[in-house]
Design a binder for this molecule. Structure first.
Ligand SMILES: Cc1ncc(COP(=O)(O)O)c(C=O)c1O
Length: 166
């Protein structure tokens, strides 16, 4: 990127930021204060003293910090497999697979489970990671479904709202 391209890139970013600000959609990161009513920590585990102690104990016992790489290549570890085996036993399933975040879980799970013959109907307010997982599906499906619904005289608006955002 030369100097001219760089300054046009910065100008474009500034214009996008101004646009977001005008629409009251400019976001900044804040530290939590007061009562947190938008947390995912439904069970209060983030501040649980026993869990903290277990975590520290686990970190002290393991020989390395972090995966150091993709699990498929060099990042797999006995601890992960043990965790998954224990969870599978707890859940009464044959196997379990841990993801490092909900986002990764949705992308990984949906994009690998859904195949060319599957249809997905999703609420437009579903989490962005669910919508992104659908992006891995064939785009042609959307038009085929809209054609089918049109042929069946089903309301197209329904198809658009539920699928464009899915
Ligand atoms: C349904 C759903 N999926 C995925 C996520 C993303 O989870 P994470 O923040 O762990 O990536 C969230 C987070 O709120 C969620 O509610």
């Amino acid at each position: 990127m030369d100097r001219r391209e760089a300054s046009s890139f910065v100008a474009r970013l500034q214009a996008e930021l101004s646009d977001l600000e005008m629409r009251a959609q400019l976001r900044t990161l804040e530290f939590n204060t007061g009562v947190n009513l938008c947390s995912n920590d439904y069970l209060g585990l983030a501040t649980d003293a026993r869990l903290k102690a277990e975590l520290l104990d686990g970190v002290n016992q393991t020989w390395q910090m972090g995966a150091t790489g993709s699990r498929l290549l060099s990042g797999n570890s006995r601890e992960w497999e043990q965790l998954e085996e224990e969870f599978a036993e707890f859940a009464g399933t044959s196997d379990a697979l841990y993801f490092s975040s909900g986002y990764a879980a949705n992308i990984g799970l949906l994009s690998s489970l859904l195949g060319p013959v599957d249809w997905v109907f999703s609420d437009s307010l579903n989490h962005a990671s669910i919508s992104m997982a659908y992006a891995y599906l064939e785009h042609g499906k959307l038009s085929i479904l809209i054609e089918t619904l049109t042929r069946l005289k089903m309301p197209l608006r329904f198809a658009r709202t539920s699928l464009v955002a899915s």
